[in-house]
Structure formats: C-alpha cells, structure tokens
Ligand binder design. Structure first.
Ligand code: GLY
Ligand code: MN
Ligand code: MN
Length: 434
C-alpha cells in the first residue's frame, strides 16, 4: 500500500477525530484492540476479532492487548503487544507503510500499558471485561461512539484503495469457486478452493462464507458446508456469498450460477440486469429506502415475467407478496465491518431512523451521499417456511404454485456488488475486477 496515501488518510481522519473529541469534551481517546476470550470449560480461545474502532485508527487486525492513544493534535501513540511467548506467533515490531505515522511502544506484558494510559479528560473505547480498576477514562461514551460511527460512512481515498483490493482478492476467489462448482466439488471443497485462491483463511474472512448448492441457496445465511459431492445430473445451481479482507476492510460479494442453460439461468441473467439498474440508482441526495422499494418493484417484475405470480408488480409490492421472495434488505454500508455502522443513525449526534415497518430487515435508512460505500444485493428465493405461510394466506391464489415447485429445487438467486458513490458516478469495485 502507498505510504503517502496512508499518511493523507491519517491526516484527514485526525482532523475528524480532533473535532469530534473537542465537541464531546475529551482531550484523549484510549482505544483497546481487545483480549482473546477463552472458551467455556476449555483452555482454547475463540478466534480473535479486533475492536473495529481500533482498526479504524491503525491497520492492525491480529494483535490483542494493543492500544492506540490518540491525543488531540498529537501524533498517535501505538502500544504494540510483543510478549515473550514460545506457544504462539508473536508479530514483529511494525515496519511498514503506516508505521512512521505512530509513536510506537512495545509491550511485553498487557499490564505495561498502564504506564502510558491516563483517564484525565479521556474516553475509552473497547471491551471492558478485562479492564477492571484501570484508569482509562469514561468508558464507551455513547455520544462519542455515535459521532465516530456517523463519520465512518464517509471514506477516504486510502479506504477506497483497501476496499478495491479486497474486491480484487475476492473476485479471483469467486472465479476459483465457480470452477470448483462446475467440476463437481462439494460445498466444503468449493470453500477450500475459494480460501486457497484468496490466500485467506476462515478467521481472516469478514464473515462466514455462504456456499450453497441447489436448495441450499434458499437459506439466506447458509454456512453448513456439506461434504457431499453431487453427480452431474444432480447439479442445478450454486449461490456463493463470500468476501475478503484488506488491512481490515471488507469485500462482500455474491454470485449465483446455473449448471445448465434453461429458465433458472435466464432468471440469473435477468437479475444481473435488474441489479445493475439498482446500482445506477446510488445517486447522492436520494433515499436508500426508496431504492429498496424500487428493488421490490423489480423483483415483482421478475416474478411476473417468469410466471411465478399472476398479479402486477405494483400489486405484489403493495400486498407484501414480493417480501416472501426477497425478505432481506437491498444492501448496507460496507467498510471496516461487513455491515458497517451507522446505517440507521439519524444525525451525527445520534438517534435512530428505523426502516419502514414493511421492510424490517433493511440496514440503511440514511440519505445516499458522496464517498459512501454500499452493497447492492437484490435476491429472489424459494424459501420453504415463507412459502408455506404464503400458501395459507389470502395471497395464495396470486401465485402459480406449479412454477414455484419447478423453481424451488434451484434454491434462489442473489447478485451482490460493492459500490463507491462518487459525485457524478457510481464505481462498481466488484465488476471492475471481472
Ligand atoms: N454476507 C452478508 C451480507 O451480504 O449482508
Ligand atoms: Mn453478502
Ligand atoms: Mn451484503
């Protein structure tokens, strides 16, 4: 990664932190990376997941017991944990594109941090369970966290570069996964092919990979990874939702494939077209909620075009019928977290704007603005439990159940890209890598 790009990034987020700390009445921010948690009645640890507010300040994702001490107007201090430990890997002292920007102190024991930390006019952000008795300032003040969460929606050029690189890695891995699917691999084997091509293991991935063959494509967060290989005539469809990491930034990409030509393949092609129309709707100053509503109209059009419903798209949206086939939201903010924070926030100071009652799972209700990064991920699924409910409802007569039965064995389709909203165009980081 380019040193200057990072230096500019830190300069611009420092301005942001200075103003936010000032507004919130603090001089110092103490951010803890986290401490590993031991599994219940066991001596093994859960995989370490870094505090996102720590990686927002320094690109370190795999080192517990570390701190960033950020004082307004000063070079940030990084307390970097380097124990003497013959059981575990100990990372080297940082010497990379970002390290000149920090005043770095090495800690050989977690408690050595206390000598550098002060609670005076300070706020602390991190998990508090291991911090009993530490003088670290006001713990996780909500008014400060709200301000930081709001600001994270606006990405810098360095953050764009990380997100583009995460997309490049993930798209290469998606291609390897498609090849594995076509050659008859099991879900488990496809996932191995994906991780191998990405060069990242499951603990580095931003979320559990969703790798579903046939009906499994209808389970929205299917992470079971069956080891069963399917014979050629059993292979119908494949849905994969999998990302990658770059310096703590996430990709979140979904592709759907049909094994053979036919109606389901046509549905996938039609979904790609609708998805790209929705991507073009990411216009600064417009409403993500309205784009989600537009998505439901497009799902209604597909349902009508493929003969799944007998009513008009308008009536299917109005009655809630499209919700059976696409129960999730159109997409979400993307960044240091796969579902990046602040999507329901009303103002920089806080408050919550929930989604409309008919779209309870929509994660973004903020106005679309320049420099925000989103996913767009329309889907259409044949979900057993929701279809059973529909069959018992007043809307049952509006559905061609024969067509549902024909398409049900294919599970579902979702197409998900990662987008940057620029002033006068949308950058599709995902498609730019194909
Ligand atoms: N991979 C989770 C999501 O698409 O939101
Ligand atoms: Mn996804
Ligand atoms: Mn997503």
């Amino acid at each position: 990664m380019d040193k200057q790009l990072f230096s500019d990034h830190l300069a611009s987020i420092s301005k942001r932190y200075d103003a936010i700390l000032d507004d919130c009445g603090f001089d110092t921010l103490n951010v803890f990376s986290g401490a590993p948690s031991v599994q219940f009645l066991d001596d093994n640890y859960y995989p370490f997941r870094v505090n996102p507010q720590f990686k927002a300040l320094v690109p370190v994702t795999d080192n517990p017991h570390s701190w960033v001490i950020y004082r307004r107007g000063q070079k940030p201090k990084l307390l970097f944990y380097r124990p003497v430990d013959f059981w575990h890997y100990v990372p080297p002292a940082p010497q990379t594109f970002w390290s000149d920007e920090y005043d770095i102190e090495l800690l050989s024991k977690p408690d050595e941090a206390k000598a550098f930390l002060s609670g005076e006019n300070a706020a602390f952000i991190g998990e508090t369970s291991k911090m009993e008795g530490w003088d670290i300032g006001q713990r996780n003040p909500q008014h400060l966290i709200d301000r930081l969460h709001w600001a994270r929606a606006y990405k810098t050029p360095y953050e764009f570069a990380c997100l583009r690189e995460a997309n490049r890695i993930a798209v290469g891995a998606h291609k390897a996964a498609e090849e594995a699917f076509r050659s008859g691999a099991s879900e488990f084997e496809i996932n191995l092919a994906y991780m191998n091509a990405a060069g990242q293991g499951e603990n580095q991935m931003p979320y559990g990979n969703i790798v579903g063959l046939n009906e499994h494509g209808a389970i929205l967060h299917y992470t079971h990874l069956s080891t069963q290989r399917l014979s050629e005539n059993e292979r119908r469809s494949f849905l994969i939702d999998a990302g990658a990491d770059c310096h703590g930034y996430c990709a979140d990409i979904t592709r759907s494939y049909a094994y053979s030509d036919g109606e389901f393949a046509d549905l996938i092609t039609a979904m790609h077209e609708k998805e790209q129309k929705l991507v073009a709707g990411l216009i600064p100053g417009t409403s993500y909620v309205e784009l989600h509503r537009d998505c439901h109209h497009k799902i209604g059009q597909l349902l009508q075009q493929f003969g799944v419903i007998k009513t008009s798209p308008e009536s299917a949206v109005e009655s809630g019928l499209t919700g059976t086939f696409m129960p999730h939201g159109l997409g979400h903010f993307l960044g240091l977290q796969v579902h990046d924070v602040g999507g329901h926030q009303t103002t920089p100071e806080g408050g919550t704007t929930p989604p409309p009652a008919e779209f309870p799972f929509l994660r973004t209700t903020r106005t679309i603005e320049e420099n925000q990064v989103f996913t767009i991920e329309p889907g259409l699924y044949f979900i057993h439990s929701l279809l059973s409910e529909l069959k018992e409802s007043q809307l049952a007569d509006e559905v061609n159940w024969d067509k549902v039965e024909k398409l049900r064995p294919y599970g579902g389709v979702r197409i998900e890209d990662n987008l940057i909203v620029h002033k006068d165009r949308v950058e599709n980081m995902t498609r730019d890598c194909y």
